[in-house]
Design a protein around this ligand. Structure first.
Ligand SMILES: *Cc1c(COP(=O)(O)O)cnc(C)c1O
Length: 223
């Protein structure tokens, strides 16, 4: 097995164990392999091991990879990073899901540019009010949801968060719990939460989509 295939198998096993600990079925968690800054060859290695969902932070990089790998036919692209208005067209055209919705103008642009299957969207919440991070304050989520939920071409399915950097995975737990509570309040069924550092804790707290890069592909080359 290649290193990537080996890593992928390990991550899948860890997801299954985390699900088992809390009585969830492994199929209730979507694994997104975060391939940002990794090569198309690494993505193909991962695809050969059965992985179809890939996460990218930079809209242009996602577009380039989607075009380069179009012949593969069954890859699904998840845009997981902050999105500028003028790059929304790439996400509208190539992505299956957008995990970092936090601006009404970007939502409008995605809606106008989308054709075909609705773009699944997660609203990003900045739970710790970190200045360095994007995302809405939790208190604004309801109003924002009302302003975007009727837009054609978009389907608002859930919430996303990236908790503060922590020394231990367990430190993220209160944030995951908070996101879950907010999603229940807003009646949104899906939760995009958990990365290499804390995906098992996220699953225990109800994550339905984990975004895992380093544990699958190794350290990222610098941009
Ligand atoms: C890069 C990134 C990830 C993956 O992080 P790893 O630590 O490599 O698993 C997940 N989510 C977002 C929003 C990211 O930017």
């Amino acid at each position: 097995m290649s290193a990537v295939a080996d890593n992928l198998a390990t991550v899948r096993r860890r997801i299954e164990s985390a699900c088992a600990r809390v009585g969830r079925s492994a199929g209730s968690v979507e694994l997104i392999a975060v391939s940002k800054l990794h090569s198309a060859a690494s993505i193909l290695e991962c695809r050969a091991a059965g992985q179809l969902d890939f996460g990218e932070n930079y809209a242009q990089e996602m577009r380039d990879k989607a075009v380069e790998l179009a012949a593969v036919g069954d890859l699904r692209w998840h845009a997981i990073g902050p999105l500028q208005l003028n790059k929304a067209k790439y996400v509208a055209k190539h992505a299956d899901a957008f995990h970092a919705l936090d601006r009404a103008d970007v939502a409008g642009e995605l809606s106008r540019r989308r054709s075909g299957k609705p773009l699944r969207c997660f609203i990003e919440i900045n739970l710790a009010s970190e200045a360095s991070k994007r995302g809405l304050e939790a208190s604004r989520a309801s109003e924002f949801l009302d302003s975007v939920r009727q837009l054609p071409g978009l389907e608002i399915v859930g919430l996303m968060c990236l908790p503060p950097m922590a020394a231990r995975a367990d430190d993220s737990r209160p944030y995951f719990l908070k996101l879950k509570e907010l999603a229940v309040e807003l009646k949104l069924p899906q939760l995009s939460m958990g990365t290499t550092a804390d995906f098992e804790v996220a699953i225990e707290e109800g994550s339905t989509a984990v975004r895992v890069g380093t544990a699958i592909f190794g350290e990222r080359p610098s941009a």
